[in-house]
Write a protein that binds this ligand. Structure first.
Ligand code: RUQ
Ligand code: CUA
Length: 637
């Protein structure tokens, strides 16, 4: 019945009634889940897609890291997606997925996610579940408070976690206070292919940790947490925890738009990349950008205010009405809730207790809506169920606490196994949450699953929150380290899901749309193989006339026009990954043969009963040999 720990003692599973719970998460074979859940991969750099309530893994979407399963970042078409101003950076740390919104509600068009290490934001298209756009964030160091979209997907934001010299320069690290600055960046997000840095706000050299944009009445504002208002640059675990209060920065981005119109923006040189994957050519291109527009708070009154918030706040979360701004002070037991209305009044009455670099600091009393005395320890993140309740994770006391907006009373608490970081309720950071489920994303797994050596996959836990009490339903392992996650009812996304790429729309410059056009062409030492796949052969499947020293491009067009019929391509000795080409798509694998011989290539995706027969040979002759280029299928050239 109950699982046993390795001591042989019975473990506390944390569950009330196993039979009930099993029924609630059971999705019968062939049935669909109710929600898509998108979880960040953290240090894996990807997004993994799960079904809820079953916890079944549906797909891993490669974003910021090369992916051997799909060839993303290995094939010639997608390599440019990982270009940055530092060159090719094929890994990152992806934290916070954020669905596009219309009128404050997730609309299922795209999901954005931040690259934390080499600052970037990506767009994933939810008709194809492919990464289609990545923009680098200049003047940033650790893009953590990101992407946190605005109500109509006008912008995704990017606040720097680590302040750095702005613009970058060679200075002593201990000149931090004079030389290091933060940047809050707004990126235009509502048009695929046109992501662009609209403006940056130059702010004091704090650490900008998390953010959320306002909604409803607070639409037009974004809230960023800060820590390290001490501006320390060493032993931060001590030195950045000195101040009793740090700030939540409230940015009025509509005001920023006015200032830009008035020409208050300063053009500054910068260097960053914009990468875009064109679905018609099936190819990504990189464009280098050279300039940003910067707003300076001291020259733009009313652009930004600081709200004092105790104890190094981590998450900042805005309730569905847009009125309450919840600060999760991670070194505290209490939650500080600010009121948007009170903030506006306090601004009007100039209830300031000081200012930094032209940014007024509002009085805490004047903006405070209330305090949640939770009895927990180490609050990190809060989400909402749309029924007037909030749910906050506590890392240190390892639990989720449910509390009431407005009265601030604690209603329920549920233990997490173990040390929960983020939590997610479908639509839980939007204007109208779907409620029903809560997923806790735990940082430590320990004894929850069969041991797999020193590293255990992180663990998610699904709770039913439809009743008064939270009920734990399910544990399931996740990939990498999910920080944030988002979920959306399945029908919003699935009705737009693409099944194939129509071959007649394929504008790849090296596509072959008909088997009679296949060929092999030599130009100096560059050889292009225009090859097709259809069940169950490649055309051509015999190729000769390749020589050591050649660079051979396999441009594989998959002629299939049926759902779920990709073909793979792998060549013995090729040093990059294999290809996995979707119906109607063209992808390119580069191969530089090292030694004379005859090399097999084959399809890696089991595509038909004759998949094992889907194979060919390519002959490689020594450098300088005069074997002519020749290609054939079944003896026909
Ligand atoms: S954030 S756990 Cu990137 Cu993880 Cu708060
Ligand atoms: Cu095509 Cu296996």
């Amino acid at each position: 019945m109950a699982a046993c720990g390795n001591s042989g003692e019975k473990k506390d599973s944390g569950m009330m009634n196993t039979g009930d719970a099993a029924q609630k998460v059971y999705v019968a074979p062939g049935e669909y889940d109710e929600f898509y859940a998108f979880m960040s991969g953290g240090f894996s750099g990807q997004i993994s897609v799960y079904g809820l309530p079953s916890g079944r893994l549906l797909k891993v979407v490669p974003v910021f890291s090369q992916d051997a399963e799909k060839g993303y970042g290995y094939n010639e078409e997608t390599k440019p997606m990982l270009n940055t101003s530092y060159g090719f950076v094929p890994w990152d740390d992806a934290h916070h997925p954020e669905l596009s919104q219309t009128d404050g509600v997730p609309d299922g068009r795209w999901i954005f996610i931040n690259g934390n290490n080499t600052p970037r934001i990506a767009r994933v298209d939810l008709t194809t579940f492919e990464t289609t756009e990545i923009i680098e964030i200049p003047n940033s160091g650790g893009n953590h408070s990101s992407p946190f979209i605005t109500e109509n997907s006008e912008y995704v934001v990017a606040g720097t976690r680590f302040s750095v010299p702005f613009p970058q320069k060679d200075v002593p690290i201990d000149s931090y206070k004079e030389n290091f600055k933060g940047a809050l960046t707004y990126i235009k997000a509502d048009e695929p292919g046109n992501m662009d840095v609209s403006f940056q706000i130059l702010v004091p050299g704090y650490d900008y940790d998390l953010a959320h944009s306002g909604k409803g009445k607070s639409h037009g504002w974004t809230f960023f947490t800060t820590y390290n208002t001490e501006e320390s640059h060493t032993l931060k675990e001590v030195n950045a925890s000195q101040n009793d209060k740090d700030f939540i920065a409230a940015v009025n981005w509509k005001k920023a738009e006015e200032y830009l119109k008035q020409g208050k923006g300063k053009k500054m040189p910068a260097n960053y990349m914009h990468n875009y994957y064109d679905e018609e050519t099936h190819t990504a291109t990189s464009t280098e950008k050279k300039e940003v527009t910067v707003l300076i708070p001291s020259e733009c009154p009313g652009l930004i205010y600081y709200l004092p918030t105790p104890k190094s706040p981590h998450g900042v979360d805005v309730d569905p009405t847009g009125e309450y701004i919840v600060g999760n002070g991670k070194l505290s037991a209490d939650l500080t809730v600010h009121s948007f209305d009170k903030m506006l009044t306090a601004i009007e009455n100039e209830e300031f207790e000081g200012e930094v670099d032209g940014i007024p600091i509002l009085k805490l009393d004047a903006v405070s809506a209330g305090t949640v005395s939770s009895g927990g320890l180490g609050p990190l993140h809060t989400e909402f169920d749309g029924k007037g309740n909030a749910y906050t994770t506590f890392f240190i006391s390892s639990e989720v606490v449910k509390w009431k907006l407005g009265t601030w009373e604690v209603l329920d608490r549920a233990p997490c196994y173990y040390s929960v970081g983020h939590l997610m309720i479908p639509g839980g950071d939007s204007k109208s949450p779907w409620g029903k489920y809560l997923v806790a994303l735990n940082k430590i797994t320990k004894d929850r699953y069969l041991p797999t050596g020193p590293e255990m996959n992180h663990s998610a836990q699904l709770y039913d929150i439809s009743g008064d009490k939270m009920e734990l339903l399910l544990d399931f392992p996740t990939i990498g380290e999910p920080h944030y996650a988002q979920a959306i009812p399945a029908d919003i996304v699935m009705k737009n899901s693409k099944k194939i790429y129509p071959i007649e729309e394929n504008k790849h410059p090296h596509a072959v749309k008909n088997e009679k056009d296949v060929r092999v062409e030599r130009d100096g030492n560059v050889v292009r193989v225009y090859i097709t796949s259809i069940r169950s052969h490649f055309n051509p499947d015999n190729i000769e006339g390749i020589k050591v020293g050649d660079k051979v491009y396999f441009h594989l067009t998959n002629l299939e026009q049926d759902w779920d019929t990709p073909h793979g391509l792998s060549i013995m000795g090729a040093r990059n990954a294999e290809l996995l080409v979707m119906p109607g798509q063209t992808e390119t694998l580069v191969w530089e043969p090292q030694k004379p011989g005859v090399y097999p290539f084959y399809c890696t995706d089991f595509c038909s009963a004759l998949h094992q027969e889907m194979q060919g040979y390519i002959r490689v002759s020594p450098k300088g040999a005069n074997v002519p280029i020749k290609w054939s299928l079944d003896g026909e050239e």
